[in-house]
Design a protein. Structure first.
Length: 265
């Protein structure tokens, strides 16, 4: 049986394209693992969820295709997408960021989610002068390659304040294109690398992030050095957690000795 779980309402049964959950006007938080329910909206102009949602967690979104069916969620503040398939694309995500109250986004959505995505195409002209809030966004993702492209980083540059690359098992180092894109994230204040098993070095362009205050390295056993040009002058806290590499720990300790404005823990 398909199921829906909300912090305010619990509903069992199967959704239909005509109705969905729109009648649940007080629903604020929802976790759904209902691929059949969501696939019914792939070619429909209807939206499956009520606009009252603040938090949405999508698990197993087979055949959903894109996020365009979420366009009515203007009150959304937190969105989690967890799907290990290959057919989900990011279409609709960038409009959702601009139109909603989204401040926290977690994406683990397969290798094609960000492929070919260009959020700068038409977005700036479309929403110029229409924003009624100051956007600050936190992003967690396992897709280092998908996110670190110029169009996406340019779009996120003015409001992405926290970025966490989690559980990436492929990336060893950063290409020049990724380095160039990474330095566009000028609003970034907190950066984390967690569970990046093969990562050998941090982005060299990290020292060009003018507002970075906190860097956390967590469960990255093969990371053994700091960038040659050092860390940003704005950095105030360096966190090493279960890094498994004494060489890196010692290098960080030595670096902090010469940069007393940085605390290490």
């Amino acid at each position: 049986m398909d199921y829906y779980f909300g912090a305010i309402n619990k509903v069992g049964g199967r959704g239909t394209v005509g109705g969905g959950l729109h009648a649940l006007h007080s629903l604020k938080d929802l976790i759904t693992n209902c691929p059949r329910f969501l696939s019914a909206y792939k070619t429909s102009s209807c939206c499956p969820f009520p606009s009252s949602l603040h938090t949405l967690r999508l698990i197993g979104v087979e055949d959903m295709g894109t996020l365009e069916s979420l366009s009515n969620l203007t009150s959304l503040t937190q969105l989690t997408i967890y799907y290990r398939g290959k057919d989900l694309r990011s279409d609709g995500l960038w409009d959702l960021i601009m139109r909603s109250q989204l401040s926290w986004l977690r994406v683990s959505a397969g290798p094609k989610f960000f492929v070919g995505s260009d959020p700068t195409r038409g977005i700036q002209d479309k929403y110029q002068g229409q924003l009624h809030r100051s956007i600050e966004l936190e992003l967690e993702t396992d897709d280092v390659t998908g996110v670190l492209i110029a169009p996406i980083c340019k779009f996120l540059s003015s409001f992405l304040t926290e970025l966490s690359f989690n559980n990436n098992e492929e990336v060893k180092c950063f290409t020049q294109e990724q380095e160039d894109s990474f330095q566009l994230l000028t609003s970034l204040q907190k950066l984390q690398f967690f569970g990046c098993d093969k990562l050998q070095g941090l982005p060299k362009s990290i020292n060009r992030l003018p507002n970075l205050k906190q860097l956390r390295i967590d469960h990255c056993p093969t990371l053994n050095s700091l960038p040659e040009d050092g860390l940003p002058r704005s950095l105030r806290l360096l966190i090493l957690s279960f890094c498994g590499n004494e060489e890196l720990v010692q290098k960080c300790i030595n670096y902090v000795k010469n940069h007393p404005q940085i605390a290490i823990c």
